[in-house]
Design a binder for this molecule. Structure first.
Ligand code: C5P
Length: 214
């Protein structure tokens, strides 16, 4: 028996493995999982589909306030172009504010929950008893993302993917509103040299240890 409600915060940069790890943790602990990046991706996509500019806070906040959940299944949601739009809209404080209630409600589930993103351990669920900050070398992350895009039939040259990830890292870490940063009480998990199975096993062990000691 674990003493605490398993509320688990998983943060980290693009293609660090945090999504895979978060899904596996949700399965292991029998709780729901929210990929919060998809919320920002929907906002980016809504702005683009309306012909707007993701850098325009008025257009971005209007989209965030009437989030179209049907777009969660849109084939363009996970594209590299839309990742860049998501990263741009996510820097607007009004966009983050509009998406807050939905994330708080998810995190409040009595059974516990896993949320992954950039600001889960710092802003969305600062009291979560278990927090992971998942990272990997930028070259490793770019190679993973390039392979993922190839599998999805959206291949891009490795150097383009690497430049995209570096730009997104800089924007996500450098913004004023809820920047990507490791919470003081988050455990660091570097997946650069780990297989998926190894990373998942280590994440489960770290979270179990945290939940027991909290
Ligand atoms: O996780 P994913 O790569 O799908 O996220 C897309 C973008 O959404 C990120 O680059 C980041 O700018 C933004 N994001 C955020 N806060 C979160 C999750 C994602 O700002 N909690």
């Amino acid at each position: 028996m674990l003493p605490r409600r398993p509320l688990i915060a998983v943060d980290g940069p693009a293609a660090s493995g945090k999504g895979t790890i978060a899904r596996a943790l949700a399965g292991h602990f029998g709780v729901s999982h929210l990929d919060t990046g998809k919320l920002y991706r929907v906002v980016g996509l809504m702005v683009r589909l309306a012909g707007g500019d993701p850098a325009d806070p008025v257009a971005a906040v209007a989209a965030a306030e009437r989030l179209d959940a049907a777009l969660l299944d849109d084939p363009d949601l996970m594209s590299a172009a839309n990742a860049a739009s998501a990263s741009i809209v996510s820097a607007h404080p009004g966009v983050r504010a509009a998406l807050l209630a939905r994330q708080h409600a998810f995190a409040a589930a009595p059974a516990g929950a896993v949320l992954d993103g950039r600001d889960i351990g710092t802003v969305i669920a600062p009291d979560a008893p278990a927090k992971l900050f998942v990272t990997a070398a930028v070259e490793v992350r770019a190679a993973r993302r390039a392979a993922e895009l190839t599998r999805a039939g959206r291949a891009l040259p490795l150097d383009v993917v690497l430049a995209d990830i570096r730009a997104r890292d800089a924007r996500d870490s450098g913004r004023t509103a809820a920047p990507l940063t490791r919470a003081a009480d988050a455990v660091l998990l570097d997946t650069s040299k780990l297989s998926i199975a190894e990373a998942v096993a280590r994440a489960i062990a770290l979270v179990e240890a945290r939940l027991r000691s909290s």
